[in-house]
Design a protein around this ligand. Structure first.
Ligand SMILES: [Zn+2]
Length: 213
């Protein structure tokens, strides 16, 4: 995938930590492999709160090797996205005017968290000629499914992902699910399902894939 201009990636997450949980390993792997990447990273909540610092630290850590990074942290209210959908849609429309990415990472369509789902729907509404990969976030609601696209990870990248999640998102560590074994367990499970060489992978839903032959 070496090319003259950097590969443009758009990462979308409802809350600080979603992007890192969903596709942090893939981003680290892509950057570790030496690809020139320009990343626009958008978090839709947490702006103006203590969580904004975590959002910024997360992006800085996971994109340390990116050629260019742009970070937007919005302050839509956690848990209430569907009730201010119009304003969030305006944010998407504005985003589409400034970026036409090669790949977009966003929430999964069937995610049971209302904020996640809205971000996924608006991604598909807004970006209609783009590669969209939907990532997964483990949660109480039990909405994990059977992804169809896997990115194998080497153990060092998997470890770096998990270590960074715990180091950056200290405000989340009181949540019973926010533990190293949750994150590593999911990587291991997806590694088994994909036959990844090192038994570790991140998984996505690629609902619509255009292939140029
Ligand atoms: Zn979230």
């Amino acid at each position: 995938m070496k090319q003259k201009r950097p590969y443009r990636i758009l990462c979308l997450g409802a809350h600080p930590d979603d992007i890192e949980i969903g596709c942090g390993g893939t981003l680290l792997a892509l950057l570790a492999n030496g690809h020139a990447v320009s990343c626009h990273w958008v978090v839709f909540s947490g702006g103006g709160t203590a969580r904004e610092r975590e959002a910024r630290a997360g992006a800085a850590r996971f994109l340390a090797r990116a050629k260019r990074r742009t970070l937007d942290v919005h302050s839509f209210r956690d848990g209430f996205f569907p009730y201010v959908g119009g304003e969030i849609k305006d944010t998407f429309e504005a985003l589409a005017k400034v970026i036409s990415p090669d790949a977009i990472f966003t929430h999964a369509r069937h995610d049971r968290h209302q904020d996640h789902r809205l971000i996924s729907d608006l991604t598909w509404n807004t970006f209609r000629r783009h590669l969209i990969l939907e990532y997964e976030v483990p949660k109480y609601d039990g909405d994990l499914g059977s992804p169809n696209l896997f990115v194998p990870l080497v153990p060092a990248v998997a470890k770096a992902k998990v270590r960074s999640l715990l180091a950056v998102f200290r405000s989340q560590r009181s949540k019973h699910w926010f533990t190293a074994d949750t994150f590593h367990g999911l990587l291991r499970l997806r590694g088994i399902e994909s036959g990844a060489p090192k038994g570790l992978a991140e998984a996505f839903y690629g609902r619509k894939l255009l292939v140029n032959l």
